[in-house]
Ligand binder design. Structure first.
Ligand SMILES: [Zn+2]
Length: 500
């Protein structure tokens, strides 16, 4: 059950709420526990999260309310067969007495069915069973000496336990069975971040969901681009997914399709999520720096009340009114060569846009929020779309294979409005993109646009308190090198004014 949750549970609002909280609870727990592994950075991560909480993540608080342990008491029926000796094969395979962090975090004293105190979950001697191909839950119950009657009652307890009826090979279940009193508890992996406990108490069976305590390790990576961003990132140990996330943070400042140069460099501090001593997945990027053609951009993750987002050290959002490139940079081919001398008209034509070579069908995004003022076809532009943004900026998208919006439509930044093609006067599939300010063509990759409003003054203190140590950490392993910066300036080139 490690990677899925019961279908019923997926539908339940309580479950959604629980999912929301389960990511945060372990961190909060870490704070409570005095921050074990890497005091400084864990504390910062925790401060970030706590700041987010304090700054009005109200959904989180509501989630906490819905997360009250769900206890459904059933009449006590001693229906389960008294446990016999564990099958020896099972006992050998699973000598696990689980004493990991999860148990320490979970469970308090309670009264058992016989009036004796039920052991804390941390004290339980769990017997772990891994589901083998072809096994049913009933068979597993039988293996550990429990009867079908008990299984029936467990499964029908609530929406969470109903999922126990659907198991897969590799799922792991842990049982606490007392020699005298029989079944005491069952633990299942509800999903990667939560345990489901079913316990036998004096009042009958009850179930509850507990967050598994995930270990968030703050790690860093950096690299210098010698061939491509993805190669440099791979060399730095980043997954392609993380590389995309890194690029997306800077997608409003840097055109990753056309403006990345040899010598560009990046550094980032991010979280890795570990569980049970094993790497589980990457967590969020906490801070990042990208130096592109000598210009350095920095971003810090911060929750100003609308969920975490990225802000420059001066408090201005990284998110801006216009994307630098209106398509996924990974689809852009480096060998598309815009020509000054137009191969079809055999004329030198002024070129007022940027050309992105990309496979036909590559989605084209609206560069900013706006309204479609033209969506049409002609022999020169092919299928084309013009979008009006605010009062003075118009963006144009030409040679499309497909148009997804109509004149008058409102579009959001990043919304797919069409697809790359080679309709009209085009020698190969590419997007011709124009950016006009007050009717004048400007280079969309370098045009200065009004800055977005910075964070409100009352948030700046907590933002800086969270961000400064992260920036200092970036400095530690990515010291700014004036020599490199000077060198890179000579490499930069601008290809405006070419023809397509
Ligand atoms: Zn062009």
């Amino acid at each position: 059950m490690a990677t899925r949750r019961p279908r019923q549970a997926r539908r339940s609002p309580a479950d959604l709420a629980r999912t929301a909280i389960s990511g945060l609870a372990p961190l909060l727990m870490r704070v409570r526990d005095g921050v074990r592994a890497r005091p400084g950075w864990s504390a910062i991560a925790a401060v970030l999260v706590l700041a987010g909480f304090a700054l009005g993540m109200l959904p989180g608080e509501r989630a906490a309310e819905t997360l009250e342990p769900k206890v459904i008491a059933l009449p006590l029926t001693p229906g389960s067969a008294p446990p016999e000796e564990l099958p020896s094969q099972l006992a050998e395979a699973t000598p696990a007495t689980v004493t990991d962090q999860e148990e320490q975090a979970a469970g308090g004293p309670a009264q058992g069915a016989d009036g004796r105190p039920t052991p804390r979950l941390s004290d339980r001697a769990w017997t772990v069973v891994e589901v083998q191909p072809g096994q049913t839950m009933e068979r597993i119950f039988r293996q550990v000496g429990l009867g079908p009657g008990l299984l029936h009652r467990v499964v029908n307890l609530d929406d969470y336990t109903r999922g126990l009826a659907r198991i897969r090979p590799g799922d792991k279940f842990a049982f606490d069975i007392d020699d005298e009193s029989g079944f005491r508890a069952l633990r299942a992996e509800l999903d990667e971040e939560s345990w489901l406990f079913v316990e036998q108490g004096a009042e009958g069976l009850s179930s509850r969901v507990e967050p598994r305590s995930l270990d968030r390790r703050v790690v860093e990576a950096n690299g210098v681009i010698s061939s491509s961003l993805f190669n440099a990132a791979k060399g730095a140990g980043l997954s392609d997914n993380m590389t995309m996330r890194l690029a997306n943070i800077f997608g409003w400042d840097i055109d990753f399709a056309l403006d990345i140069r040899v010598g560009d460099r990046f550094a980032l501090v991010y979280e890795e999520i570990w569980r049970d001593g094993q790497y589980l997945r990457d967590g969020p990027i906490l801070a990042a720096r990208f130096t592109n053609q000598g210009e350095t951009f920095e971003a810090i993750r911060f929750d100003a009340g609308n969920g975490p987002d990225y802000f420059a050290p001066d408090g201005r959002p990284m998110r801006k009114a216009f994307l630098r490139a209106p398509l996924n940079f990974t689809r852009v081919t480096s060998n598309f060569n815009p020509r000054r001398f137009h191969p079809i008209t055999r004329q030198v034509r002024p070129h007022n846009g940027t050309d992105y070579g990309a496979p036909t069908g590559t989605p084209v995004w609206a560069a900013g929020d706006g309204r479609v003022i033209r969506s049409a076809y002609n022999n020169v532009n092919g299928h084309y779309i013009f979008v009006q943004h605010g009062n003075n900026v118009v963006t144009r998208y030409l040679h499309l294979s497909r148009r997804d919006v109509r004149q008058g439509d409102r579009v959001r930044q990043g919304q797919t409005i069409g697809a790359v093609g080679m309709t009209g006067l085009a020698t190969g599939p590419h997007l011709h993109y124009e950016f006009l300010v007050d009717g004048v063509h400007r280079n969309p990759r370098t045009v200065d646009l009004p800055d977005a409003e910075p964070l409100p003054a009352e948030l700046m203190d907590s933002f800086l308190a969270a961000g400064r140590p992260l920036l200092a950490r970036l400095d530690q392993f990515d010291p700014a090198s004036p020599l490199m910066l000077a060198q890179r300036d000579q490499d930069s080139c601008e290809d405006d004014g070419t023809g397509c």
